[in-house]
Write a protein of this length. Structure first.
Length: 223
């Protein structure tokens, strides 16, 4: 998980957003992107020349009618840093973003470029008034992921390592959710959930369901 020191607060005053219908960037996750629209090529060049930060904002339903303009997005977004980029011969980009934090769009700025920019603030997502529950939930998630790693055809070692890369309970929940939860609605709900205990519970429930699907006998003791 990235530290908050990596986030330049000035970059949040005019943060570039990449509105997408089918993507939710969670903290600690990696997201590959293929950038082909002219406005987002311009955005990518400006980001690479600057802070390398951008937010992935999920488009609200009904965006199609106004896609070329400024259709509504969910105000909770995933802030990411470009950690790898390749510009293709025709001007398209291949990018990899690493999720750094949750941000909330305070307001959208008047157009100064072909792409959209916002004033955003980082959301505090690591505090809970249930520290004992957070520790217990963290331990439970580690246990479930270890059990899941044993029944996966591949990637088990990587899953165990991922679980232990994050020292904070909430950060662990985010990293595991980013890797294992594909449903966009659930990813958006997790993005909007600030209490780490709730994120641990939701992510552990998902891992438990995967265990039951892949190894019914091993999954009997999940609940």
């Amino acid at each position: 998980m990235a530290s908050r020191e990596e986030i330049d607060p000035d970059a949040l005053l005019d943060l570039s957003i990449f509105p997408l219908p089918n993507a939710v960037l969670l903290s600690g996750g990696l997201m590959p992107l293929h950038v082909f629209e002219a406005r987002y090529r311009e955005m990518t060049r400006d980001c690479l020349d600057g802070s390398r930060l951008m937010a992935v904002a999920r488009l609200r339903p009904g965006y199609e009618a106004a896609y070329a303009g400024r259709p509504a997005v969910y105000p909770a977004c995933g802030l990411g840093r470009i950690i790898a980029s390749e510009e293709l011969a025709d001007g398209r980009f291949l990018l990899v973003l690493r999720g750094l934090a949750r941000v909330h769009i305070e307001r959208e700025l008047p157009a100064r470029a072909s792409y959209r920019q916002v004033h955003a603030r980082v959301l505090d997502d690591d505090q809970t008034d249930r520290p004992e529950a957070a520790r217990a939930g963290h331990a439970r998630l580690l246990e479930l992921c270890d059990r899941l790693s044993l029944v996966l055809d591949r990637g088990g070692d990587e899953l165990r390592a991922l679980c232990r890369e994050c020292s904070s309970p909430g950060g662990c929940a985010d990293a595991i959710a980013a890797a294992l939860i594909m449903d966009l609605g659930e990813r958006q709900r997790l993005l909007e959930t600030l209490d780490p205990v709730e994120r641990l519970e939701r992510t552990a429930a998902h891992v438990g369901r995967l265990l039951c699907q892949l190894a019914p006998c091993a999954g009997r003791a999940v609940n």
